[in-house]
Design a protein around this ligand. Sequence first.
Ligand SMILES: NC(=O)c1ccc[n+]([C@@H]2O[C@H](COP(=O)([O-])OP(=O)(O)OC[C@H]3O[C@@H](n4cnc5c(N)ncnc54)[C@H](O)[C@@H]3O)[C@@H](O)[C@H]2O)c1
Length: 277
Amino acid sequence: MSKDAVILTGAGQIGMAIARRVGYGKKIVIGDKRIQNAEAISKIMNEAGYDCEPMETDISSRASIKNIIAKAQEYGDITMLINAAGVSPSQAPIETILKVDLYGTAVLLEEVGKVIAKGGSGVTVSSQSGWRMPQLTAEEDMLLATTPTEELLNLEMLKPENIKDTLHAYQMAKRCNEKRVMAESVKWGERGARLNDIAPGIIVTPLALDEFNGPRGDFYKNMFAKCPAGRPGTADEVANVAELLMSNKGAFITGSTILIDGGATSSYYYGPLKPQN
Ligand SMILES: NC(=O)c1ccc[n+]([C@@H]2O[C@H](COP(=O)([O-])OP(=O)(O)OC[C@H]3O[C@@H](n4cnc5c(N)ncnc54)[C@H](O)[C@@H]3O)[C@@H](O)[C@H]2O)c1
């Protein structure tokens, strides 16, 4: 019997939490650059009654993205995309952050958007980081939203000499995710499908633990102390939002980015997290 198919890219805590919330009864193809991560999450989920298949996938490669789409289509129509693959500023150099988080996400949304089933929905995970930079110009936003994927990394604003450090690369990537989701959601809409983005604050996962232990560790401790929630978040709280976005209750929501950060961004602009100089 053919099943609805779900593509999950990024076999981390956030990806798994979302897949557990929306993927029961469906075939879930789990792609990760580190196959052992995909295998580990598949095992946990299969032992909890899900139907998962791990697959080595690199979202920074269009060919690899096409492979996971073809694999999912062997099982049925692709009705869901969950993209929680990414690298953080402490994990990778500028080029990798731009190639994976910015370009890879854009290609994934584009390729899945060509095949997503009617009634289908997708979420991608950006970050509160994208909300921290000064606003870009309307023209820059337009370029991030609509530049053909293969030309994205040639944009002047993304050239190495214009990217200060890995945090700046991450912020640009996450801002681009939001803009791509808006532009792609129009195309997904033509197929009767919806696409949204979740921008989490600090969520306790292996990626975040690398950040806590990295050069910006004190910055994070300060953020938890001074944000309204007073703590980091959990992957299951991100999954609460994804469930709303991907279910029928979210039928009127598409092209949106939902910020879920315990109020850290609000505090950054208007509270005790506001930069002093
Ligand atoms: N954890 C947080 O605090 C936090 C906050 C905001 C945004 N995010 C974003 O959420 C997403 C998921 O992060 P997480 O915290 O669950 O991290 P995680 O490290 O648990 O999971 C990320 C997964 O992506 C995989 N990956 C990396 N590069 C890849 C590639 N090229 N192709 C396929 N897979 C690749 C990694 O191997 C890893 O399994 C990321 O995009 C991250 O930027 C996380």
